[in-house]
Design a protein around this ligand. Structure first.
Ligand code: AR6
Length: 207
C-alpha cells in the first residue's frame, strides 16, 4: 500500500505536523482506514484529490459545530457555492442522508462534501439515515475522483447520536463501501470520540 502524505495544516503559523493520536487499519489490499484525533478543518493530503466531509444541515448554508468551523476556515466563498446548490424543496439543498460537493476554497483540502446526518431524537430511522450519509458521501466522492476522504463523527454533536452506535455504523459502512479509496480517514475532535472509534474499528476491521 502506497502511503499518503496526509497531514494537518496549522493555518496561523503555516507549519505542518503529523497527528499524535493515529491508528491505521487495512480496508482492502490497496486501501487504508486511519483514525486520528484532530481538527478536520486542518486536514489535507498533499498533491492528491482530497475531500473533507461537512456534517451540515438540510439548508446547507452553515451552522454551529464542525459545519461552522469548516465555513469559517473556507471563507465566504464556500457559502456562495452552497447558495448555488439547487433547492430540492424550499429551504432544502441536501435532504437527510444525501450528499453534495463543493470546492474547499481557503481550506487546505481541495473539496468539501456536505452531508446531513439524522437528528437522533427526531428521525424515523436514524440508523438508515446515518448509514446513507456515509454511503452517499463516499458515492459523491467516487463520482468526483476523490482518492482521500476525511469524515468527522457525523450526527455525534448537535444531533446527539449515541457514540457507540454511531461508530459501529460509520466504520461498518466505510468497510462495506470504502475499499477502493486510497485512504479513508476519521478525524475526531475529542479523546472520548477517538477512543470509541478506535475500539469499534478494532472490533469491525481489526485483524
Ligand atoms: N474537527 C473535527 N470534528 C469536529 C470539529 C472539527 N473542527 N468541530 C466539531 N467536531 P456537529 P452534527 C465534532 O455538532 O451532530 C451544525 O450546526 C463534534 O465534536 O458538528 O452532525 C450543523 O449546521 C462532533 O463529534 O454535527 C447542523 O445543524 C462531530 O464533529 C448540526 O450542527 C459532529 O458534531 C449537525 O449536527
Amino acid at each position: 500500500v502506497q502511503k499518503s502524505r496526509a497531514c494537518f495544516s496549522n493555518m496561523s503559523s503555516g507549519d505542518r505536523r503529523e497527528s499524535l493520536s493515529l491508528v491505521e487499519f487495512n480496508l482492502s489490499s490497496s486501501s487504508i482506514l486511519k483514525i486520528q484525533k484532530e481538527d478536520i478543518t486542518r486536514w489535507f493530503v498533499d498533491g492528491f484529490s482530497d475531500a473533507i466531509v461537512n456534517p451540515a444541515n438540510v439548508r446547507m448554508l452553515g451552522g454551529g459545530g464542525a459545519d461552522g468551523a469548516i465555513h469559517r476556515a473556507a471563507g465566504p466563498q464556500l457559502k456562495e457555492a452552497c447558495y448555488k446548490v439547487p433547492e430540492v424543496q424550499p429551504g432544502v439543498r441536501c435532504p437527510t442522508g444525501e450528499a453534495r460537493i463543493t470546492l474547499g476554497f481557503m481550506l487546505p483540502a481541495s473539496h468539501v462534501i456536505h452531508t446531513v446526518g439524522p437528528i437522533y431524537d427526531l428521525d424515523n430511522n436514524p440508523e438508515a439515515s446515518l448509514k446513507n450519509a456515509y454511503r452517499n458521501s463516499l458515492r459523491v466522492a467516487k463520482d468526483n475522483n476523490i482518492q482521500y476522504i476525511a469524515f468527522p463523527a457525523i450526527s455525534c454533536g448537535v444531533y446527539r447520536y449515541p457514540l457507540e452506535e454511531a461508530a459501529a455504523i460509520a466504520i461498518s459502512t466505510v468497510k462495506e463501501f470504502g475499499g477502493d479509496f486510497k485512504e479513508v480517514h476519521f478525524v475526531l475532535f475529542s479523546d472520548n470520540i477517538y477512543d470509541v472509534w478506535v475500539k469499534k474499528a478494532n472490533e469491525i476491521v481489526g485483524q
